[in-house]
Design a protein around this ligand. Structure first.
Ligand code: PTJ
Length: 246
């Protein structure tokens, strides 16, 4: 039992959630390594949402509101860390969830679907009748009515190749990735350099805040955003934080 007074309480609890996900068979064993990498980057950004991340979270909310067919992709880490948050975000954005795994097994896909349903998820795309072009078979499997035909896809902790393949399909890809240098971060249309545990509720809050805006106003927000520039700001913020003597 980790006491609440522990200075690294939040981070340690997050770690426990991932371990719990592995024990339940929801999260891949490789998810532990991904979590470790994420923790290291989170440490470098001060374990808080940076100004640049808030910017991209707002634009992500605008894109989800503008989308005709948004879909939220769920992997084993996302399902363990923020399942309720992702369900709420799906409802706020009118976006179904779709389980899309890197280390895919049908057993784990089904366990994640059951896990999400047990927490109240209503709209889940469950078929695997489509293939993302240019990827190895298992990683490419998607639902034709879900990710395959989506215009905007939110991909937390995505694999770089698949992120690129989705962009190549003409989709607008919003990635959540604590590593601003990863291939995913570099190739997504909007990259949120923040912990998924903070990013998901933040996007939901922005959806609430922006839903009164008309299409032109939302478009203006999106057009004023430059992902390369925002990633450079994210790196500058890390440098500033580290130079501040922490
Ligand atoms: O469940 P599966 O089979 O789809 O597998 C999922 C993982 C995440 C294991 C798989 O996609 C993978 O191996 O990912 P990578 O290549 O390790 O990349 C994970 C990226 O997510 C890294 O850049 C990490 O810094 C980042 N990351 C890890 N934890 C978090 C995170 N980003 C945001 N929030 C986190 N909590």
């Amino acid at each position: 039992m980790i006491p609440k007074s522990h200075p690294r309480y939040e981070s340690l609890m997050t770690r426990e959630q991932i371990v719990g996900g592995v024990k339940k068979g929801i999260t891949s064993i490789n998810g532990l390594i991904a979590q470790g990498r994420g923790e290291a980057f989170d440490y470098l950004i001060g374990e808080k949402t940076s100004v640049s991340a808030l910017q991209s979270e707002k634009v992500a909310a605008a894109l989800l509101l503008l989308a005709k067919k948004p879909v939220i992709s769920i992997n084993g880490n996302a399902a363990a860390l923020v399942p309720e948050g992702l369900i709420r975000l799906g409802e706020a954005a009118n976006a179904p969830l779709e389980v899309n795994l890197f280390h895919r097994t049908e057993e784990r896909v089904n366990k994640i679907i059951r896990h999400l349903r047990s927490l109240g998820a209503k709209r889940i795309c469950t078929r695997s009748d489509g293939l993302i072009p240019g990827l190895g078979h298992e990683r490419a499997k998607v639902d034709i009515k879900g990710i395959f035909s989506a215009d905007v896809v939110l991909v937390p902790l995505e694999d770089g190749d698949r992120c690129k393949a989705l962009v190549d399909m003409g989709k607008t890809v919003i990635a959540i990735d604590l590593n601003p240098l990863s291939r995913t971060a570099q190739c997504a249309n909007v990259t949120i350099v923040d912990n998924i545990t903070r990013a998901v509720p933040n996007i939901s809050k922005f959806i609430e805040e922006l839903k009164g805006l008309n299409e032109n106003e939302l478009q203006r927000l999106v057009k004023g955003f430059d992902n390369k520039n925002n990633l450079a700001n994210a790196i500058d913020e890390i440098i500033e934080y580290l130079s501040s003597g922490v």
